[in-house]
Design a protein around this ligand. Structure first.
Ligand code: GLC
Length: 457
């Protein structure tokens, strides 16, 4: 996906986000969610705080399309029930997170575009906070309330020690497989390594006539970054040093091995050529139509398979597991995704915006979202909820996957890195550049971004 750039070749995000200290520049949570204690009570009561109570009037909530209609129902419920006379309007934004980001940024630059509450990607808070577009929630979102949410999404919503967002749901990349077809071909377990996955895909396709072996998100956009990072991580490589995130360490045999595996899925015919243009949407359509044995995607796809209009493949036919690894002994990892609620710093009605956010993250709403759309709740207590874990296996797996989830860099400059990563991962997947060369180019480009950030600090 093309993202806008200024004349000096930088994306508008980098051009404006000057003056950061080195510490602010890149802050990566090396621990990921590993340390998140999945305990805790989770009541809404603690959320309230300063800024007055409730507010009233009409506010606008921005977020991407929601296929199941659950979000609109929640908004209707809020509008029906609320006692303070607040009405929420849902403004549908692009499904592609990069396009949504660009649109939002343009509106923020023009004074806010009438949006009050932003349903924003987990990678945005540091960038929008640095630019003064997101409201500091310190006096509303108490430390006790923050502790009720999972550590990694909470960290991603924190910039210079202040909260700029309330985690809504969390995401983790997963391997979907056709349990029914694997069983018919004599496989009783999902694959552990990428090579095993390819061999299984071949056999299952021969036996069942399924069109494709594997689909994922290979397009030149943010989802492609998540996928490319996962290939690198599951082969033991990394992009930035978790101990010192200003150090670029992408140039390693492990990274090259990761991108080589990714490219080989196309050259050996496991994945269709077109996968280099696939986003979540195309992958999900292909898989839910019954045209792929395996798919890499986020948990909500499982929710779509509950609905006959959305899916020809039923939930009972689908298995979900951790992403495969390069070779036995390698550790599996997936990208930390997810979405949060933030308030536009220029909102004329932050109290009403906050009241709506409190409603959306209360345990009842998080539970509804989990049960109806298979999105992983961010409240620790919800991940102990037996009803959710029993009804939505993908959330039970997600809970387990939380310790293997790695964040993308939490940085005001992340979007510049992301553009470079997206371009090179996509070029390598298409065979336009060799994996080693993609890695060399990234090594140079990412170092330039880091140096530029440091020289401005
Ligand atoms: C999912 C993730 C989000 C990520 C996006 C990439 O929506 O939750 O964090 O950036 O996919 O396409």
């Amino acid at each position: 996906m093309a993202q806008s750039r200024t004349d000096d070749g930088l994306s508008g995000r980098a051009a404006r986000a000057g003056g950061m200290t080195r510490r602010d520049f890149i802050r990566v949570s090396g621990a990921g969610l590993a340390g998140a204690a999945l305990l805790g009570s989770g009541t809404l009561a603690g959320c309230g705080g300063g800024g007055g109570e409730g507010g009233s009037g009409s506010i606008t909530f921005a977020w991407g399309p929601e296929e199941t209609g659950t979000l609109q129902k929640m908004i209707d419920k809020f509008n029906r029930e609320n006692k303070d006379g607040i009405t929420v309007k849902y403004r549908e934004m692009p499904a592609d997170t990069g396009q949504y980001f660009d649109q939002l940024r343009t509106q923020f630059q023009a004074g806010g575009g009438g949006i009050d509450v932003v349903g924003g990607d987990v990678i945005w808070p540091a960038q929008f906070a640095a630019q003064g577009y997101y409201l500091d929630l310190s006096d509303r979102f108490s430390e006790d309330s923050r502790a009720e949410f999972l550590a990694a999404p909470m960290e991603a919503n924190t910039f210079e020690d202040k909260p700029y967002g309330v985690p809504w749901y969390t995401d983790s990349g997963m391997l979907y497989y056709r349990k029914d077809l694997l069983e018919k071909s004599g496989f009783d377990e999902p694959p552990k390594t990428w090579n095993e996955m390819k061999e299984m895909a071949k056999k299952v396709r021969q036996d069942s006539g399924t069109k494709f072996g594997f689909v994922f998100q290979g397009s030149d956009y943010e989802g492609g970054v998540c996928n490319g990072l996962e290939y690198i991580w599951t082969h033991g490589g990394n992009v930035l040093d978790p101990e010192d995130p200003s150090k670029v360490i992408v140039d390693s045999p492990e990274s090259v091995a990761g991108l080589t595996t990714q490219r080989s899925t196309v050259t050996d015919g496991t994945a269709p050529q077109a996968v280099s243009n696939y986003t979540e949407q195309e992958s999900q359509t292909t898989f839910l139509r019954g045209d792929a044995v395996f798919m890499r995607n986020w948990p909500y796809i499982y929710g779509l398979a509950a609905n006959e209009e959305e899916s020809e493949v039923r939930q009972e036919q689908i298995g979900v597991s951790a992403l495969p690894v390069g070779k036995e002994g390698d550790q599996t990892f997936s990208a930390l995704g997810g979405w949060n609620f933030s308030i536009n710093a220029n909102s004329e009605n932050p109290d009403a915006a906050w009241a709506f956010i409190q409603f959306m993250v209360d345990p009842e709403q998080q539970k509804t979202l989990a049960l109806k759309t298979a999105r992983i709740p961010t409240r620790k207590s919800m991940l102990e909820d037996k009803e959710i874990l029993d009804a939505v296996p993908v959330i039970a797996l997600g809970k387990e996957a939380i310790s293997r989830t790695r964040p993308r860099p939490v940085s005001p400059y992340y979007s510049d890195m992301s553009l470079k990563l997206a371009d090179q991962f996509n070029a390598s997947l298409k065979g336009e550049t060799q994996p080693q060369q993609a890695v060399n180019t990234l090594d140079r480009e990412l170092k330039e971004i880091v140096e530029q950030g440091e020289s401005q600090s």
